[in-house]
Design a protein around this ligand. Structure first.
Ligand code: XMP
Length: 519
């Protein structure tokens, strides 16, 4: 396995993603993690991330490469700031560069190095390999540490890559982890496979076996409770735990009346009927509607939905005896987010799975089998565990569900109309091949009456907005440019088929300034 030391780069998570993609397990630690933790982790190799600081500003504050890393006698790859601190600690020189390089650069491979050998986008007239890379730096290495040679250069950074093949120490001024560096994945694979000697056995199969073994050891013959939402993470936890401990698992699925059309039945079908998992379905629609009655404020609605979920879950759990564990679908990005640079200390409990004080009150221990996995790994093992592809690749659905898609006060009548409109939209997206091309799409209920005419009759009915966005990270998003014909078709179907809706509008706001959800 590989240890990634984080020096504060915005790309650190991306490095971890790439290494996992290469089939090698890795974890991120802050650069100032205790030496003992580094030794305990016993990595086969270490990657030093980039970072915003400057090595040549010889202050006490700037992050430094811990000497423990060099004492491990394993290969080290420093990226950007990581290269500078590596060079600096080994006696090289780092200076502020006159020309700052940001963005695209063409790097020339120089001489032979195990790291870059035969990796190139093209060659120049002299037969040197050329690489298209993404640079982002102000400082540069100006003097080589002993034992190193230059392995890459650009016109403005003569030392854009350094290497010592004997020790397996390398530094790259550019970022191999970003997709703009075309050969980046190959370079990282060369490092972890070729230089560190890690085999690429971090695959779905092996991950599952490993997780199952660990769950069995942890849980023994005790019993586990899981709040199943039908979302990807809790679904994968359910399938995994069922495979690991069979009937020692009990799931509670709360139908809050704010789910999509047919969702409750689908969850029961998949988990209870097909997989034989013990799922207690709680029909709590009336209770949620009562609790929400008369409330129009989005944040208050969120709180009510969260609180009512905890109450219902709590009551169901109280009916079960002999439960020792509460399972959660926490995944690695949640852990990293909460811990800043993943100190591994903090625990996030996702809002939707948040069962508040339940663990303490019932004296439950927390089980989070997906804690070390990224979303795409969770998806891969979900498929491998036999969950339907449709469920695994579903667009995200917020914890409060339709509660934040019915603007203002929530009524069952609104939820029923919205569910039908949403189902028509999603079905059309799937049929037209648009579902995979959008990141999230849904209908929103607007409690506004608008006039319409059908045949001879005059209608005075509700408005539905359609929202579809494209995004990578859900932090920013662009509205999906769905074809007019497609929108026309969906709009007709909704108005014709659903009594109570007389107007459909399409949301053309980007994020920012608008958010993806309307509330
Ligand atoms: P916004 O609306 O903030 O949404 O642009 C970004 C992403 O987060 C989801 N979302 C939520 N998820 N509880 C959740 O579990 C919530 O209260 C919530 N609000 C928004 C939203 O669906 C989108 O994917």
């Amino acid at each position: 396995r590989i240890l990634i030391l984080d020096f504060g780069s915005q790309y650190t998570q991306l490095i971890a993603r790439r290494i996992r993609e290469a089939g090698v397990y890795c974890e991120i630690r802050p650069w100032d993690v205790e030496a003992e933790r580094i030794r305990e982790f016993a990595p086969r190799g270490v990657i030093l991330s980039g970072g915003p600081e400057s090595v040549h500003e010889d202050s006490e504050q700037t992050p430094r490469l811990p000497t423990t890393v060099l004492d491990l006698e394993v290969p080290v790859l420093g990226i950007c700031y990581g290269m500078q601190t590596l060079a600096h600690e080994l006696g090289g020189a780092v200076e502020a560069s006159q020309t700052k390089e940001f963005g695209y650069a063409e790097v020339r491979a120089r001489g032979h190095s195990v790291l870059l050998q035969d990796i190139e986008d093209r060659t120049n007239a002299e037969g040197h390999g050329l690489l298209d890379v993404w640079m982002s730096h102000g400082d540069r290495v100006s003097g080589l540490p002993a034992g190193f040679k230059v392995i890459a250069s650009t016109p403005s950074a003569p030392i854009a890559g350094i290497g010592d093949d004997d020790r397996g120490f390398y530094g790259l001024q550019f970022h191999p982890e970003v997709t703009h560096t075309a050969q980046g994945q190959r370079i990282l694979e060369r490092f972890v496979h070729g230089v560190c000697g890690c085999s690429g056995n971090w695959t779905a199969d092996n991950i599952i076996e490993d997780l199952i073994a660990r769950v069995r050891t942890t849980v023994g013959d005790q019993n586990v409770l899981l709040g199943l939402s039908g979302g990807v993470d809790s679904s994968v936890v359910a399938a995994l735990l069922h495979k690991a401990i069979g009937d020692q698992l009990t799931c509670v699925f709360v139908d809050n009346g704010l789910l999509r059309l047919g969702e409750g039945d689908e969850v029961m079908q998949t988990f209870a009927r097909h997989m034989g998992i013990r799922v207690i379905r709680v029909d709590a629609e009336a209770r949620f509607m009562d609790a929400l009655a008369g409330e129009a404020d989005p944040e208050v609605k969120r709180k009510i939905i969260g609180r009512t979920f905890i109450e219902v879950f709590d009551e169901e759990a109280g009916k079960l005896d002999n439960i020792q564990w509460l399972a959660q679908g926490t995944i690695y990005p949640d852990v990293i987010e909460s811990a800043g640079a993943s100190t591994g200390k903090a625990h996030v409990i996702k809002s939707h799975h948040n069962v508040g004080g339940l663990p303490e009150r019932m004296n439950l221990k927390l089980l989070e089998p997906l804690r070390e996995l990224f979303k795409d790994e969770v998806r891969r093992i979900g498929l491998e565990l036999g969950l339907p592809a449709e469920m695994i690749h579903r667009h995200p659905f917020p914890g409060p569900g339709l509660g934040v898609r019915i603007l203002g006060e929530i009524h069952k009548e609104y939820a029923d109309l919205l569910r039908r409109a949403d189902a028509i939209f999603i079905e059309a997206l799937r049929a037209g091949g648009w579902y995979e091309r959008t990141s999230q799409a849904f209908a929103v209920f607007l409690p506004v009456r608008s006039v319409g005419v059908t045949g001879d009759g005059r209608r005075y009915e509700w408005v539905v907005a359609l929202r579809a966005v494209e995004t990578i990270d859900f932090m920013t998003a662009r509205w999906a440019h769905l074809p007019y014909d497609f929108l026309d078709d969906v709009s007709r179907r909704i108005i014709n088929e659903i009594d109570g809706i007389s107007r459909v509008v399409y949301d053309i706001s980007g994020k920012p300034p608008a958010t993806i959800e309307w509330e």
